[in-house]
Design a protein around this ligand. Structure first.
Ligand code: GDP
Ligand code: MG
Length: 447
């Protein structure tokens, strides 16, 4: 996978203080492959790589990051920036009714998305919404819009295949004005491929309606072809936004990058299911991770390096080397450092979904509860007991000490015993591991 390949390179680039022409080449080759695999169109990939290279060359590598890690950071940031930082809702700043024109190929998801937006505008923006279909080629399309608009709780304006799209638009606009609708959503016909007649028709609709939003609806599964479709619609219409549908499919969503670059319009929403509530605000940063195929691994790396206290790790390694041993204070410090990182489930959230799915939420919940309980027990011990665990394991007064600790932490004696067993095992492991080995492990986590 890309992540494996990248981490290998990250390792080989360690120890070099700067990103240079020579060490950046291999890395960028991997990024280029990943983008192509994610179906980003070739010219868009080329542009992107050129931009990243320019930003990366000579960039100082800060702190404990290796140049490889720094480059992943630059790639991720640039990807998120290209995809659009921040989020933008539907613009309704117009004399009501604010008209929204839906454009895109047949099957892209225009009708479905019209209904999803209707629901969004009613529920989140408290608007009175009317929909109308100008798809006069397929009578079933008009019926489809009627059905889904009802599901969304909006009102549908009847049109018929005998009318011209322009007539329908004018009639619906007139009705919307007379009945004080805030928003009129106009669903349109699509063809299977780009077609002159279709483009002429939608241009005419645009001129008639003067919409405040002209949304280009595009199927994420379209992959490489999305760039051509986007170009054609961009030439015909002043697009104000993009909606990327079918992101619930298994495409890596590279179309987002191509479409965004070609149209220059913000990607406002993403379709994530066939259902009426399957619409999400598009988040460029999150999507960048998906396109790169890294989940939010970048965020994970950042967070881990924040949480792991390298100074404490070195102290611990020093202790092991000098033979003074791993005590319960170190155990407590480890648990606190996990907590600093936001706990186990917050870390799991950042892993690629496949990895996280394997762990299962129930396991995570249990592990977090255990961690809290262990912390409580450790805190109920005296500093001396934590420094000299032997007092609790084979000291004369170990039974009364354990009773006191259990009562203090509000747990059973068995819980205290279990913790001591775990500590014992861990101590054994630590003894086997050389100090250098442990440092390596911590460095790997922390960068
Ligand atoms: P139109 O021809 O552009 O109006 O496309 P439709 O709205 O009729 O949608 C075409 C097909 O795509 C239908 O089967 C929809 O249920 C499906 N669809 C639309 N949006 C999504 C989405 O976000 N996810 C999934 N899985 N299916 C979608
Ligand atoms: Mg349709």
């Amino acid at each position: 996978t890309l992540t494996d390949r990248l981490s290998l390179l990250v390792k080989t680039m360690r120890g070099q203080a700067r990103i240079t022409e020579s060490n950046v080449q291999d890395m960028l080759r991997e990024v280029r492959m990943a983008l192509l695999e994610a179906d980003v169109a070739l010219p868009v990939v080329r542009d992107f790589i050129a931009r990243v290279k320019e930003k990366a060359l000579g960039a100082e590598v800060v702190g404990s990051l290796s140049p490889g890690q720094a480059l992943v950071g630059i790639v991720h940031k640039e990807l998120a920036a290209t995809m659009g930082e921040g989020v933008s809702d539907i613009n309704l700043a117009a004399q009501p009714p604010a008209v929204i024109l839906m454009a895109g190929l047949q099957g892209a998801g225009k009708t479905t998305t019209t209904a999803k937006l209707t629901k969004h505008l009613i529920e989140k923006r408290k608007k009175k919404v009317l929909t109308v279909s100008a798809d006069v080629y397929r009578p079933a399309a008009i019926e489809q819009l009627k059905t889904v608009t009802a599901q969304a709780g909006g009102e549908w304006f009847a049109s018929s295949p005998d009318q011209k799209p322009r007539e329908i638009a004018l009639a619906a606009l007139d009705y919307a004005k007379k009945h004080y609708f805030d928003v009129l959503l106009v669903d349109t016909a699509g063809r299977l491929a780009i077609d002159e007649a279709l483009m002429a028709e939608i241009k005419e609709l645009h001129a008639t309606l003067n919409p405040v939003e002209t949304l280009f609806v595009v199927d994420a599964m379209q992959g490489q072809d999305a760039i051509n479709t986007a170009r054609a619609f961009k030439e015909a219409l002043p697009l104000t936004g993009v909606i990327l549908t079918k992101l619930d499919g298994d495409s890596r969503g590279g179309a987002a990058l191509s479409v965004r670059q070609v149209t220059g319009a913000p990607i406002k929403f993403a379709g994530v299911s066939e259902k009426i509530d399957g619409l999400e605000v598009f988040d460029g940063e999150r999507h960048a991770g998906r396109v790169l195929g890294m989940g939010d691994i970048v965020a994970l790396v950042e967070e881990v390096s924040k949480g792991v206290d390298l100074a404490a790790a070195e102290k611990l390694a020093g202790k092991l080397k000098s033979g003074s041993g791993f005590d319960l204070n170190d155990f407590l410090a480890q648990i606190s450092s996990m907590k600093k990182m936001g706990g186990l489930s917050s870390l799991m959230d950042k892993l690629p979904t496949q990895m996280a799915a394997k762990a299962g939420q129930a396991d995570m919940d249990r592990a977090e509860r255990d961690m809290k309980r262990m912390e409580g027990i450790l805190n109920a011990m005296t500093a001396k007991e934590r420094r000299q665990p032997a007092l609790l394991m084979d000291g004369k007064s170990k039974a009364s000490r354990k009773r006191r600790i259990a009562a203090g932490a509000g747990v059973q004696i068995q819980d205290v015993n279990r913790l001591l067993n775990q500590f014992d095992q861990m101590q054994g492991m630590m003894k086997k591991m050389s100090g250098g080995g442990l440092m390596k492990m911590m460095k790997k986590m922390g960068g």
